[in-house]
Design a protein around this ligand. Structure first.
Ligand SMILES: O=P(O)(O)OC[C@H]1O[C@H](OP(=O)(O)OP(=O)(O)O)[C@H](O)[C@@H]1O
Ligand SMILES: Nc1ncnc2[nH]cnc12
Length: 210
């Protein structure tokens, strides 16, 4: 199922509640960097960074950042991708929080942590709104705690949001929508500039369209 966070964003009170819950946890914890993962990690990461007085460092998909970058490649549920970070954005010894909307296989968060650790930063925690526990993404976090504030399986915080904000339910979209998105991703893999090889992407496309 594709887990969609845009319903949460439609309700300003619920969105603010969610951000506040992260801020309560991280304020005063000596975190100087919030690293947000493109694209949905930017939505949650920037307000958290502003509220705790940390700088915001975007971790972006290939060829988006204008300066010199270091990068990490990783595998997703369907295909491969790559995250990039500007050289010099994070200094050795800094304390970092990684923020994304969702952890599935953990490949994306693992790549983000590797980038930060390669430049000598310490990753304090990874913060997400949703966890898909069946995919066991936690196991790829190098032992770093995952802090999740709106667990789709019904953690207390999700209940707080869902009980108080009728329009803010996080809803799984139907399988057709998820499949369409997956096909779109795999088609992008047919572009030789992307990380997936042409033959890998074609094989995956055939499998997905069965
Ligand atoms: O735990 P993982 O298996 O690595 O998957 C989680 C990642 O997948 C989604 O992003 P996606 O790669 O679809 O990119 P997008 O947000 O730019 O659409 C999501 O926003 C996470 O970043
Ligand atoms: N099931 C899912 N829903 C939303 N985003 C995702 N990214 C990876 N898997 C996902």
């Amino acid at each position: 199922m594709f887990q969609d966070i845009t319903t949460l964003l439609l309700d300003p009170k619920a969105f603010k509640d969610t951000i506040d819950l992260f801020v309560e946890r991280y304020k005063g914890k000596n975190i100087s960097v919030v690293a947000g993962i493109e694209a949905r990690g930017f939505i949650f990461g920037t307000p958290i960074a502003l509220a705790i007085g940390a700088k915001f460092v975007p971790l972006r998909k290939p060829r988006k950042l204008p300066g010199d970058v270091i990068f990490e490649e990783y595998t997703l549920e369907y295909g491969r991708d790559r995250l990039e970070m500007h050289v010099g954005a994070v200094k050795p010894g800094e304390h970092a929080l990684v923020v994304d909307d969702l952890i599935a296989t953990g490949g994306t968060l693992c790549a983000a942590m590797n980038l930060l650790e390669r430049v000598g930063a310490e990753v304090v925690e990874c913060a997400c709104v949703i966890e898909l526990p069946d995919l066991q993404g936690r196991e790829r976090l190098h032992g770093k705690p995952l802090d999740q504030y709106l667990n789709v399986l019904g953690a207390s915080v999700k209940n707080r949001i869902n009980n108080h904000h009728d329009s803010a339910q996080i809803v799984p979209l139907d399988r057709r929508r998820h499949r369409q998105r997956k096909m779109k991703f795999l088609k992008k893999g047919l572009n030789p500039q992307r990380q997936s090889s042409r033959s890998e992407a074609q094989a995956a496309l055939q499998k997905a369209s069965r």
